[in-house]
Design a protein around this ligand. Sequence first.
Ligand code: A3P
Length: 287
Amino acid sequence: MASNDHYMLYKGLLLPKIAHTEDSLKYFESFHVQDDDVFAVTYPKSGTTWMQEILPLLLNGGDLTPALTIPNWDRVPWLEESRAAGVMDKLSAPRAFVSHMLYHLMPPSFFSSKAKVIYVSRNPKDIVVSSFHFHQMANFLEDPGTFEEFADKFLAGNVIFGKWTDHVKSWKNTDLGDRILYITYEEMIQDLHGVLERMLSFLGKQMSKVTLKRMSEHCEFKTMKQNKMSNYSLVPQTVMDTKKSSFLRKGIAGDWKNYFSSELESKFNATIYEELKGTDIMFSWDE
Ligand code: A3P
């Protein structure tokens, strides 16, 4: 694993150079986390953008205005990214952030704060498929090669933010107690309304049934795909080429079945099972 034209190396993790600089990472490290901050933490392609849509609505009582007027990267900044510092003074409390960092790499003030975390995990087979298409359309990432080649890189952790198993293990073994809520992308697909209710209760917020219904419709894939503030269509084509793939691509669980050979499935399962051995992390591999 080494830095190159596309990537830099930060504490053992490959990060995309377009999104991070030494200054932005220093800013992240010394960031002052407040007690009422809320973080959505994800491994890339697990539902980060979805959470950027959901979190402000849960925190502001379901007012859709920010989701329709502010690009998601300014609305819910990706804390370790270079654009975060520039929008901080425009955020009002309670602030929402997204992060892909491993637990032990969070800023020191995060650990002494009471900030809450919603950790979203996704079937890693669907993550590989989503990430493969993202690498094809995002010109700031390395060409993924064939799907099999890319799946091998993913299993080896030679991808941005490192090994998926390290990420889930790191966030499953925390001292956060009731400051962390675990949800899965698949649960959100099956029952978004139910997951939103769990999130509301975790955040200590309430919402009328009518507002919650309107909010959950607003956060459906087909609606978000049309929302210019969330679908990344504001990003120039030279940076993300939507002729190759959309950022909001399919929005389903189980697309991996269209890409995995049975050999790759066996290798993938064996590797992931081995690396998660001894943990209580469960996934429904066949869905
Ligand atoms: P696919 O490529 O499988 O469609 P991230 O935001 O972490 O980069 O994750 C992107 C993935 O989340 C993409 O998956 C994208 O389509 C999916 N996604 C984003 N918003 C969604 C929504 N409202 N419903 C379902 N999936 C969504």
